[in-house]
Design a protein around this ligand. Structure first.
Ligand code: THU
Length: 161
């Protein structure tokens, strides 16, 4: 993963607006990461001990947080990203701008935590992959920003059906 390359897509000198998505400013990104870190504290992870937190931003700038929720049956486990999406969609939200994701063993963030394939596909259902941003963070200062399309190229979505 080329960190510098992805950061370079965000103009440093232009203040708050990002090249990737004008809805999401640098300060909003920091806030999303802060919320994701906070949401990670609620992760229910007796089996893997790997805690994940997410913060999903709607186009109206509302934030829905999520954490991973594990299960003794293992497969019913829900990832942090899907928790945030399902919370938001279940409350009537349909338009999304970005999601921030953090995670680590025992809640210690030592590396980036990219979204799993299932979550990428769930996100795909509700967003335009050319516009929606996935922010993968180690801290409020250290993060990578991708369009969903970059993480899930040539994807299958609702318009096919
Ligand atoms: N996990 C997430 O919450 N999001 C991801 O995208 C990656 C994996 C969770 C699921 C499980 O509770 C733990 O991390 C280990 O796989």
């Amino acid at each position: 993963m080329d960190k510098e390359h992805n950061h370079s897509l965000i103009p440093q000198e232009k203040g708050e607006l990002l090249a990737k998505n004008e809805l999401v400013s640098r300060s909003v990104i920091k806030n999303l990461i802060r919320e994701a870190i906070s949401a990670m504290e609620h992760a229910y992870t007796p089996y893997s001990k790997f805690k994940v937190g997410s913060a999903l931003l709607t186009t109206k700038q509302k934030i829905y947080t999520g954490c991973n929720i594990e299960n003794a049956g293992f497969t019913p486990t829900n990832c942090a990203e899907r928790t945030a999406f399902f919370k938001a969609v279940s409350e009537g939200e349909k338009e999304f701008a970005a999601i921030a994701i953090v995670g680590g063993k025992d809640g210690l963030i030592t590396d980036y935590c990219p979204p799993c394939g299932v979550c990428r596909q769930v996100i795909r259902e509700f967003v335009d992959p050319r516009k929606f941003l996935v922010i993968i963070a180690k801290s409020e200062e250290e993060y990578l920003v991708y369009f969903l399309e970059e993480l899930l190229p040539m994807s299958f979505g609702p318009e096919y059906l």
